[in-house]
Design a protein around this ligand. Structure first.
Ligand SMILES: Cc1cc2nc3c(=O)[nH]c(=O)nc-3n(C[C@H](O)[C@H](O)[C@H](O)COP(=O)(O)O)c2cc1C
Length: 397
C-alpha cells in the first residue's frame, strides 16, 4: 500500500525521503516529526555528531496547508555537518589533493575496512578502492529519514487510537527485571531516562557499563522492546508469505543497522516450554466496552500476533542490536590495497546506540502497521478509511 525510499550520504548535503501511498486528508504536525527526530539523537553513549546535527524536516511535496494531498510526500533533512565535509563529499567538484590534518586522514586514508561494518563487502561488490564510497551510505545516518517517515505513520495510526512506547531492557550485561507498567508510564519513564530505561536503579547500572565501554575505547549493544496498543484484530494475513505481519515486522526490524535478532512476544523462550505454558487461552466478556462483548486473553505470550495477524492484544517486539563496529581501540584488519595487516579505520563514532534504536524501531514498526492498516481499510482518503475501520469495530461475529 505504501512505498518509501530514502537517499543521502552521511556527510553529504542531506537526506531525501519519499513516501508514496499516504491517504489524502491527514493533518500533519511538523513539530511532532521534528520531535521524533530529536528523540533519535539522544541517549548516553552517542558520539560528537549528534551535538552538531539538529535534525529538522524541510517539506517539499504532497502536503498543502498542513494536510496530505494523496500525492507523494517528500522531505529533505539537511546535514549541518556538510559544511565541514564539502571538499571530501562534493557531488560535482573533484577532491583536492592538498588537504591536511584530520581532513586529509578522512579524505585519503580509507583502505582499512572495519570488522562488523559494510566496508569490505561493499568495496568488493561495487569495485570501490575508497571505503568512504561505501561507509557514507551504509552509515546509520539514514535512520533519521526512517524516523521522519515513521512519524507520519504514527500520526496516521494515532487517528485510530493506536499508541506506541519503547524502552531499553538490556545494555551489555545489565538487564531490566520484569516490566508490567502501563504504556503511558513506559513512555513517560523511558523519555526521562538517558538510556530509555524505565527503572532508575537499572538505568544507573546501564550508564555505568556504557561509561566502562567508553573508557576502554570499546562499544556495547543491547536489547529493546517496542510496544503498540490499540491495534484492531485482523491486520496482516495468513495466506501468503508476503501478507504475514510477523514477517513484515521482522523484515523492517532486521533492516535497522546492527539489529541481529528479533522476537515477537515470548519469542525464543516459547521453544523451551510446553504448549500449555505458551498459548494464551481465549475468554469472552459479555459486558465489554460500549456494552458489547469482546474476546480477551489473560496472558499475552503471543505478543499480539497469531497466524500472521493482529489478535487485538498489545504488540510486543524485542530486538537485539550488536555493539558499534567502529572502535577507538581499532580491531585488526587488512589494508585493502597493500594486503598488509593493519588497524581498522577510526572515525568519530557512537559507543552505544540502543536508546536511539528504540526510536528507529518505533518508526519502522509504525510504517509496517500503516501499510497493513491501509490494506485492510482502504487507502485513498481519511473519510473512507475511518468509515471502514468503524464498520470493522462494530462487526459482531
Ligand atoms: C542509530 C545508530 C547509530 C549508529 N552509529 C554508529 C557509529 O557511530 N559508528 C559505527 O561504527 N556504527 C554505528 N552504527 C552501527 C552501524 O550502522 C552497524 O554496525 C553497521 O551498519 C553494520 O551492521 P549490520 O551488519 O547490522 O549492517 C549505528 C547504528 C544505529 C542504528
Amino acid at each position: 500500500m505504501i512505498r518509501y525510499l530514502t537517499a543521502g550520504e552521511s556527510h553529504g548535503p542531506g537526506l531525501t525521503l519519499i513516501l508514496e501511498g499516504c491517504p489524502a486528508g491527514l493533518v500533519i504536525d511538523f513539530d511532532q516529526i521534528n520531535y521524533e527526530l530529536s528523540r533519535r539523537q539522544k541517549g548516553y553513549g552517542r558520539g560528537g555528531r549528534m551535538r552538531i546535527e539538529q535534525d529538522k524536516v524541510v517539506p517539499q511535496s504532497g502536503i498543502r496547508h498542513g494536510k496530505t494531498l494523496g500525492s507523494p510526500i517528500s522531505f529533505l533533512i539537511n546535514n549541518r555537518d556538510w559544511k565541514n565535509w564539502q571538499e571530501i563529499m562534493h557531488p560535482v567538484d573533484e577532491m583536492p589533493e592538498t588537504l591536511t590534518g584530520q581532513k586529509a586522514k578522512l579524505a585519503y586514508e580509507n583502505t582499512r575496512p572495519r570488522p562488523g561494518h559494510a566496508d569490505l563487502s561493499g568495496a568488493i561488490k561495487f569495485h570501490h578502492k575508497d571505503l568512504r564510497n561505501v561507509l557514507e551510505r551504509a552509515s546509520a545516518r539514514e535512520t533519521a529519514a526512517k524516523v521522519a517517515l515513521g512519524a507520519i505513520a504514527k500520526q496516521f495510526l494515532g487517528q485510530f487510537g493506536i499508541e506506541f512506547a519503547s524502552h531499553v531492557v538490556r545494555i551489555g550485561s545489565v538487564e531490566l527485571a520484569e516490566c508490567d507498567l502501563a504504556l503511558a508510564e513506559i513512555r513517560e519513564l523511558s523519555e526521562e531516562s538517558e538510556v530509555r530505561c524505565v527503572d532508575s536503579a537499572t538505568e544507573e547500572k546501564m550508564v555505568a557499563v556504557i561509561r566502562e565501554a567508553i573508557v576502554k575505547k570499546d562499544s556495547l549493544g543491547g536489547v529493546y522492546e517496542i510496544l503498540v496498543d490499540g491495534l484492531p484484530v485482523g491486520l496482516g494475513g495468513y495466506s501468503q508469505t508476503d501478507v504475514r505481519l510477523d514477517g513484515k515486522l521482522a523484515a523492517v526490524m532486521m533492516s535497522i543497522p546492527s539489529v541481529k535478532g528479533v522476537e515477537i512476544g515470548m519469542g525464543f523462550e516459547t521453544a523451551y516450554r510446553f504448549g500449555s505454558e505458551v498459548h494464551d487461552e481465549i475468554y469472552y466478556d459479555k459486558d465489554g466496552p460500549k456494552n458489547k462483548g469482546r474476546f480477551y486473553r489473560k496472558t499475552n505470550n503471543a505478543g499480539g500476533l497469531e497466524g500472521g495477524m493482529t489478535n487485538g492484544e498489545r504488540l510486543v517486539i524485542r530486538a537485539a542490536n550488536k555493539p558499534i563496529s567502529t572502535l577507538y581501540q581499532p580491531l585488526d584488519t587488512v589494508d585493502m590495497l597493500s594486503k598488509e595487516p593493519a588497524e581498522a579505520i577510526v572515525e568519530r563514532t557512537d559507543n552505544c546506540v540502543t536508546p536511539a534504536h528504540c526510536v528507529i524501531g518505533e518508526a519502522v514498526v509504525a510504517l509496517a502497521l500503516f501499510d497493513v492498516f491501509l490494506d485492510k481499510f482502504g487507502h485513498d482518503n481519511m473519510d473512507d478509511i475511518r468509515a471502514a475501520w468503524q464498520r470493522h469495530l462494530d462487526f459482531e461475529i
